[in-house]
Design a protein. Sequence first.
Length: 117
Amino acid sequence: MKNKLKKETVPIKTNLRKGDSVRVMSGNDKGKEGKILQVLRERGGVLVEQLKLMKKHTKPNNKYPKGGIIEKEGVIQISNVMILCQKCEKPSRIAAKILTDGKKIRVCRRCGDVLDK
């Protein structure tokens, strides 16, 4: 009997960060906007607040003393969201720019505005 090898997951490289405002570009929540709660690089997805809500049945525990059905955010693939530029208020791709002091920042490809705070 052969040993079944586990698939090794390689973390996906992304320019999205926690707290960024994004718009969903495809799927059931297409066109909706929200802030990123968590970036899951190993799964290639993000959790966006109040989007792709899923129902989960839980037993009573310390966090939910009564238990029951709770709603929580589901994972949206990174490729299905785009960052929203605060200046032009449109979804755009991200460019990297290196400043004179050697610091690397994220820049909007549409208007050139700095995305990092």
